[in-house]
Design a protein. Structure first.
Lengths: 227, 213, 52
């Protein structure tokens, strides 16, 4: 437990330092994009947040796989918390992406933006995960059902991505391209720092939430034993 | 191996027999899909394009399938037969496969009415549409049966199943509509087949975890 | 401030505000856990007193 607390504190500290560095780099150091001007800098929060969300979903599926493999409630809590993080960062991706769409194209929502559409589908999918959890009685069956659902989620990511690409050609041709394939070195470095910052932030929130959930579970157990 | 096939056949036959006796699901599906197609006529603009009609057909099929999926585990749950099935000396995945096959049969019944009705009210039915529907059926039945078993354990299962199912069905709609309206339906049909394959394997492998206590 | 800048700050602020709200929620949860823990400690003390 002691080690856990230390690593959580260390991770939060890293997250704080990286966030401040990353945002300062993004605002003061990274050059303005020639086409889009200053608003291109939304990129430095939007994309790291999106990638962090993917990472959380994959982490959730990994823990779910471990649960099915070995059993044990701790994997269930970990998988659940990871989905929690993924949904929060997914919602942030939707909001920041929407702001970017507004400033770039004048609309709050653009269906031709593949990643954003994919996040909308994932957001719906993982919101249903919470519905599933809340309306099922706690127990090993709920743990395994949630785990299977979380694994379905990561399989849905590439399948949906493919579907969106196929649908795009159907509805309208690809018109917009957000940024060129090659970034300047300073832009890429800033992006990497921001990505590391978001991952560290998600990691420390994950540990915090997890310890809260664990404490909740042991308290409940204690109360039942005393009652 | 023959034992497995016999188990699956027996389980599917059981569902079809129950349906034959009670007639709970299929008549409701037939009525629903025709009613939905009629409602869509009034929802579409007068000069509606062919694209819009095909999209509406797919929505109607999807929601009709939801009716079958919600019903699939309600009976098992209400009569407590699911627990009996799980205790039966057969592979758990055979339960899933049997249920999937019976859902597939119900879907085929509904479509045997829906597609002619669609041809009558809106557009001609092309072979691409039939192929798309056939492939999408497999995806709907495999994924839907697994999610139905998940939702069966929950309190608000009739409410929950559409929430679980619709995000997973979006690729099916893309593939189905694409196969219907695109100039190059092969790509979309291949995508549907890929979806079926991936999710059938996944559902087959994970069903056991979802139903056992 | 240009329009682009406004949207940029809006996007950054949204992220910041969300994290802040999340931390507040966790703080509330910790407060609740603390209360429950105190109640449980009270309960055990009463029991021990009752036995002794």
């Amino acid at each position: 437990m002691q080690g856990f607390r230390h690593s959580a504190a260390l991770l939060s500290l890293t997250a704080a330092v990286l966030l401040i560095t990353g945002l300062s780099l993004a605002v003061f150091w990274a050059p303005e994009d020639a086409d889009q001007g200053i608003s291109q800098k939304i990129f430095y929060v939007h994309v790291p947040v999106a990638l962090t969300s993917y990472a959380a979903f994959f982490w959730a599926a990994w823990k779910a796989l471990r649960l099915l493999w070995k059993g044990g409630s701790r994997y269930d809590l970990e998988s659940y918390t990871a989905v929690h993080m993924g949904v929060i960062f997914g919602a942030l991706t939707l909001v920041t992406g929407s702001i970017w769409a507004k400033v770039s194209w004048g609309h709050w929502w653009v269906w031709s933006e593949r990643q954003l559409t994919l996040f909308l589908i994932l957001f719906l999918f993982y919101s249903a995960y919470f519905m599933l959890r809340y309306s099922t009685d706690p127990g090993p069956r709920r743990e395994r059902t949630s785990a299977v659902y979380a694994i379905f989620g990561v399989v849905l990511i590439p399948v949906s991505f493919l579907a969106i690409r196929l649908a795009e050609g159907l509805i309208h041709p690809v018109v917009f391209k957000r940024d060129g394939p090659d970034m300047e070195g300073s832009m890429f470095l800033t992006f990497c720092v921001c990505l590391a910052a978001m991952l560290a932030l998600a990691g420390s929130l994950y540990l915090l939430e997890l310890s809260g959930k664990r404490a909740d579970a042991s308290l409940r157990e204690l109360r039942e034993r005393l009652a | 191996m023959t034992g497995y096939v016999a188990d699956v056949a027996a389980l599917a036959r059981k569902d079809l027999l129950v349906e034959l006796r009670t007639r709970d699901t299929v008549p409701a599906m037939l009525l629903f899909v025709v009613a939905a197609l009629v409602v869509f006529h009034f929802a579409l603009p007068a000069e509606s394009a062919r694209f819009a009609a095909s999209g509406m057909l797919w929505i109607a099929l999807l929601f009709t399938a939801l009716l079958a999926l919600v019903r699939a585990f309600v009976g098992e749950r209400d009569h407590g037969t699911l627990d009996g099935l799980i205790l039966a000396p057969c592979d758990r995945s055979a339960i899933w496969l049997g249920k999937t096959l019976s859902v597939l049969a119900f879907l085929l019944f509904a479509e045997a009415v829906a597609l002619p009705a669609f041809a009558l009210f809106y557009e001609d039915v092309t072979w691409e549409l039939v192929a798309g529907v056939a492939l999408a059926n497999i995806g709907i039945a495999t994924v839907g049966t697994l999610l139905g078993a998940m939702a069966a354990a929950a309190r608000a299962r009739e409410l929950l199943l559409p929430l679980l199912f619709l995000p997973l069905a979006i690729p099916l709609v893309v593939g189905g509509v694409g196969a219907t309206v695109s100039d190059d339906p092969g790509r979309y049909l291949a995508f549907l087949a890929l979806y079926d394959l991936i999710f059938a394997v996944l559902a087959w492998a994970s069903f056991e975890y979802v139903v056992t206590e | 401030m240009s329009t682009g800048e406004k949207y940029l700050w809006a996007a950054y602020l949204v992220v910041f505000a969300t994290v802040l709200v999340y931390v507040v929620l966790i703080a509330l949860k910790v407060g609740r856990l603390e209360r429950e823990l105190t109640a449980l400690a009270e309960l055990t003390r009463e029991r021990e007193g009752g036995h002794g």
